[in-house]
Design a protein around this ligand. Sequence first.
Ligand SMILES: [Zn+2]
Ligand SMILES: [Zn+2]
Length: 112
Amino acid sequence: MRSSRHSEPITASSLLLAVLFSPIFALYGLVLLVRGLVRLPARVRATRAALSGGTIACANDHPNPTVGRFECATCHGTYHGWVGECAICGSGAGWVSCEVCQVSIKLPWVRR
Ligand SMILES: [Zn+2]
Ligand SMILES: [Zn+2]
């Protein structure tokens, strides 16, 4: 005689666990996603504004172009182009001095 074992209780409990925990995990994942999405646009917007606006303001509100003639702090070469990257050696600039008052402007896409 064969005694068939019921696998039903195991299936039911695992199903119950899945039902109980999946919304929690889904919610947790959603919270992480939303948190990431909330923080990201602010950073992207600041960088975009600095890039597309074409100017970056110093502490005294003097607009300075983000594209133009700059001197590289690493190779000391003078390059023409985007302020954030030397066209000669490729090193990224962390700051630029204001054309008007010579105050150092921290570039917004640099994170220290
Ligand atoms: Zn350079
Ligand atoms: Zn200035």
